[in-house]
Write a protein that binds this ligand. Structure first.
Ligand code: BJW
Ligand code: ZN
Length: 241
């Protein structure tokens, strides 16, 4: 483990460009529930079942209750050492893009500047009818209405079956196709297209490194895999780079 850590540190130190893909595991130590671990439940439902447009249009009050609960929960959460380590890494390597599947905004709160939100944000709202979009950090009513047309607003996140925001996926693909090192942290790597980004990077010649509590669908093809808490491994990994 120590020799592997030294090798990865050397790779990061020598890298001109790094891409990092993060998932819910990065925020777990901040108290934000993950999607597919045992703690990823809300009122005995899997978060995954509610994070889809069919659920929203069938029962918008239920889905908004879930998102309002998450907004209130995340508002009270602080970044953890994993978020801070990635913010520090951005300052240490010449080029770094942090691609996150998370919608909690904790990377930005920790000081990361170059962040691409693949699945949107809990703090963005979109109209279900017109083009209105807004950033909103306030407490919301059970069914928030569009200030332009009065129709229902929805969370500005990407649900299953929906396209990722325009330009976001192409930026992610372009970047991972050019980097020296790709670090994948705290994701089960089951959700596409995010899970494919590491494959694209590896095919283009990047060294791929996974940090996760346990092996994932992608562990087998990674060049390096470190198993443990992101909040413990990442600070150690970037120390002295
Ligand atoms: C720790 C830790 C610690 C814990 N330290 N580690 C190709 C094949 C098959 C299906 C598809 C395909 N292409 C597209 C699809 C369909 C679908 C999909 O991927 N389905 C799969 C489930 C099979 N994808 C889509 O629909 C995507 N859209 C799309 O592809 O559009 C094009 C298209 C449209 C129409 C037709 C065809 C194509 C959109 C996906 C959107 C995902 N949205 C969500 C909700 C976002 C909003 C919200 O937050 O509410 O995004 S679902 C949910 O999963 C959320 C997450 O970002 C995402 C990923 O989860 P993540 O981050 O990996 O979390 P977990 O819980 O799964 O894992 C946590 C990990 O951390 C675990 O491994 C732990 O061990 C670890 N961990 N503590 C380190 N302390
Ligand atoms: Zn509207």
């Amino acid at each position: 483990m120590i020799a592997k850590m030294q090798t990865i540190k050397a790779l990061l130190s020598g890298a001109r460009s790094v891409a990092v893909l993060t998932g819910a595991g990065v925020s777990a130590e901040s108290g934000v529930p993950t999607f597919r671990d045992d703690g990823g439940l809300w009122k005995e439902r899997r978060a995954e079942e509610l994070a889809r447009s069919e659920a929203f249009f069938r029962a918008p009050e239920l889905v908004w209750e879930f998102y309002n609960w998450r907004r209130a929960l995340v508002e009270k959460c602080d970044p953890n050492p994993a978020h801070y380590a990635l913010a520090a890494l951005e300052k240490q390597v010449p080029e770094m893009l942090l691609i996150t599947q998370n919608v909690d905004g904790l990377h930005q709160k920790a000081g990361s500047e170059n962040v691409l939100e693949l699945h949107g944000s809990l703090w963005r709202l979109r109209c279900t009818v017109c083009v209105h979009e807004e950033e909103n950090l306030e407490e919301l009513p059970p069914l928030p209405a569009c200030p332009k047309c009065g129709h229902l607003l929805r969370p500005g996140v990407v649900w299953f079956g929906e396209q990722l925001p325009a330009g976001i996926l192409s930026t992610a693909l372009d970047t991972v196709g050019k980097v020296d090192v790709m670090l994948v942290v705290g994701t089960s790597s089951v959700v596409q297209p995010a899970a494919s980004l590491a494959h694209v990077a590896k095919r283009a010649g990047a060294v791929t490194i996974e940090v996760n509590l346990e092996p994932t669908h992608n562990t087998g093809f990674m060049d390096f895999a470190l198993h443990g808490k992101a909040g413990e491994i990442l600070p150690e990994l970037i120390e002295g780079i």
